[in-house]
Design a protein around this ligand. Structure first.
Ligand code: GMT
Length: 374
């Protein structure tokens, strides 16, 4: 099958999932065309059957806001026509599902039938999509998709509650990892951030407000009071500088290591003892799954899709959003009890095995088969 995939190319779970999906589909014999404004950050190794098409946006001086959605629709239409795409798969609804709908309608006018699959990733529904400035067009574009998927049951339920779908099915296809890529033993000891015996707590994100970065720093400061430890921060975004400032004020800045954006996180995760994810909500928490695949227990906030990845009391601990004390206490419990930590590490790896690429990607293939009849 020939599949066009559109995603955000920048650091973030939706782009990572879309890229890994495309690469795996190509390994399975499909032809994959990524369409985006720049090369997705995980698309570093081209393999047979994988192509990238850059969307060119004309920035005419009249435009205060250059219309990327139109340029994307034009690229989708062009690639679909030239390459004979069977499916356009939009990852993250805004504006990708809308652009894909425009492209599909143009193709229909020309007598070509290309199917549109949209995967909802999280804030495209829970924050941005339901905002009045995007809501009606999000609802419309989703209703026009030939198939809709959500990365967790929590997100599917939120979508059904927020939008009106007339009972249309949203299939839950969870995110996935290739466990062998995160094999802890392969990278153990490859990075050392503290003195021997110091524990390593890690956080990887785009440092947006939804991640509750101040909670993260406070949890670490509380842990640091009882245990020699380092906090390793990976990624960048609007809250990163403030995180350093808060760490400074709390007297722990010298124990916070900031690595910035890193393409491949497997090596880093393999050298962490705990992963912190106190987000206000996570539709899934791909990074928690990657941490689990590397045998790293996760301490985070419950009440959203993270509960479908992290098993409270087994592969980590989930506390109410904002419960800094609880998260610090749970972290200290694991870090001071080697048996509990290694038990949670084993449970984490087992949990990750349920989301192995080989078990999840065929669900997308089956869906493409259903919508196209191929
Ligand atoms: O929705 C976002 O904030 C962006 C998106 C991304 O591109 O990273 O993250 C969402 O999609 C990921 C991949 O499916 C999920 O693992 C994240 O949990 C989800 N983020 C949120 O729900 C906050």
């Amino acid at each position: 099958m020939k599949i066009g995939i559109t995603c955000y190319p920048t650091y973030g779970g939706s782009g990572a999932v879309a890229t890994e999906l495309g690469l795996e589909l190509a390994r399975r014999g499909h032809e994959i065309h990524f369409i985006s404004y720049s090369q997705p950050f995980r698309l570093t190794n081209f393999i047979d059957g994988v192509y990238f098409h850059e969307v060119k946006v004309n920035n005419y001086p009249l435009f205060e806001y250059p219309p990327y959605s139109f340029a994307l629709a034009v690229s989708m239409h062009e690639v679909a026509t030239r390459e004979g795409l069977d499916v356009i798969h939009a990852h993250y609804a805004i504006p990708h599902a809308t652009a894909a709908w425009m492209a599909r309608e143009m193709l229909r006018e020309e007598g070509r039938d290309v199917k549109l699959v949209t995967t909802l990733h999280g804030t495209d529904i829970t924050l941005v999509g339901k905002d009045p400035s995007y809501r009606s067009v999000t609802q419309f574009s989703l209703s026009k998709s030939d198939a809709l998927t959500a990365v967790s049951t929590w997100l599917r339920d939120r979508t059904v509650a927020e939008f009106d779908f007339d009972g249309r099915e949203i299939q839950v296809i969870p995110n996935f990892v290739q466990p062998r890529v995160y094999d802890r033993d392969r990278y153990a000891g490859s990075h050392v951030w503290g003195a021997p015996g110091e524990k390593v707590l890690m956080h990887i994100s785009n440092f947006r407000p939804v991640k509750r970065i101040p909670d993260l720093v406070r949890v670490f400061a509380a842990v640091r009071e009882s245990i020699p430890a380092k906090l390793v921060l990976v990624g960048d975004g609007p809250e990163r500088v403030a995180a350093g400032e808060l760490a400074e004020r709390m007297g722990v800045r010298k124990d916070v290591v900031m690595l910035g954006k890193v393409d491949s996180v497997a090596e880093l995760l393999a050298n962490a003892d705990l992963f912190l994810l106190p987000s206000a909500q996570e539709s899934f928490g791909l990074v928690a799954l990657e941490a689990h695949a590397a045998g790293v227990p996760v301490i985070g906030a419950g009440g959203s899709g993270l509960e479908e990845v992290v098993s409270d009391g087994e592969s980590g601990a989930l506390l109410p959003v904002g419960d800094v004390e609880g998260m610090a206490a749970a972290s200290i419990r694991f870090l001071t009890d080697p048996q509990a930590l290694s038990g949670a590490s084993a449970a984490a790896r087992e949990a990750a095995a349920r989301f192995a690429t080989g078990a999840i990607v065929p669900q997308y293939e089956a869906l493409y088969g259903q919508v196209t009849g191929l």
